[in-house]
Design a protein. Structure first.
Length: 244
């Protein structure tokens, strides 16, 4: 960062240094006074911007500890301390000193960066595993909904189907008509949902951007191949529901 920005940060009690990515996400400017509702409307002044080589730190804002603790009424509460060593060879010594020789009111458990990130990855895998069950349950509900809709439609057209059978339409041909209709209905529903999905992601990106786990930023997005597969998947869901 610019040396003058750091000097201003040290001079102002409520000065804050903001990472590049966070700065651009909110379109803030240096010197701007900001108040965040999510932080009890704490007001602070952006004294400067810093870059951190594209790391997750660029999604953070750095404030004076005493100022923030007083503003949030959380004096003495800290949940995460990041230490940068001068030489990685000294890491084990630093870890031992922090955990065994420094005084903290609670027991600390210091990890290397790789171990720390691996533990976060494990937490994310647990979240993804749980979300897969939610997705599977959602798909089942969708298929049942499609099946019920098609079933109601067919019950309303028993006489029409009877006429078709009288005219020589076989079961396979009538089934093909049913599946064709259910696929079209599901395809139309998927096409109508796509703009809502994209709008929702855009709104989420504008309001939240990304969430963090233990200081590591995680952003969500939609890959183009997902969009390309969404409509065929809708049609397949319609066919599967129609078969039932």
């Amino acid at each position: 960062m610019e040396p003058a920005a750091f000097d201003e940060f040290m001079r102002l009690k409520n000065g804050v240094l903001v990472g590049d990515k966070l700065m651009s996400s909110y379109d803030w400017k240096a010197g701007q006074s900001v108040s965040l509702g999510t932080l009890n409307n704490v007001a602070f002044v952006i004294t400067g911007v810093f870059s951190a080589g594209g790391s997750a730190l660029e999604t953070r804002a750095l404030a004076g500890r005493k100022f923030l603790q007083e503003a949030l009424d959380k004096q003495g509460v800290t949940n995460n301390i990041i230490v940068q060593v001068d030489d990685t060879k000294n890491a084990e010594v630093v870890i031992r000193v922090i955990d065994e020789e420094l005084y903290f009111p609670i027991k600390t458990h210091t990890k290397r960066e790789k171990e720390f990130l691996a533990s976060i990855t494990g937490e994310m895998e647990d979240v993804l595993s749980f979300s897969r069950w939610i997705i599977l349950s959602t798909i089942i509900v969708i298929l049942l909904g499609v099946a019920n809709t098609v079933s109601m439609s067919m019950r309303d057209r028993v006489q029409e189907i009877g006429v078709l059978r009288t005219l020589g339409f076989g079961r396979a041909r009538i089934l093909a008509l049913v599946l064709y209709e259910s696929a079209l209905v599901a395809l139309a529903g998927g096409a109508a949902a796509l703009p809502l999905l994209l709008a929702g992601f855009s709104l989420y990106g504008a309001l939240v951007g990304q969430f963090t786990i233990e200081g590591v930023g995680i952003a969500f997005g939609i890959e183009p191949w997902m969009l390309a597969l969404s409509l065929p998947a809708s049609a397949l869901a319609g066919i599967a529901g129609g078969v039932v």
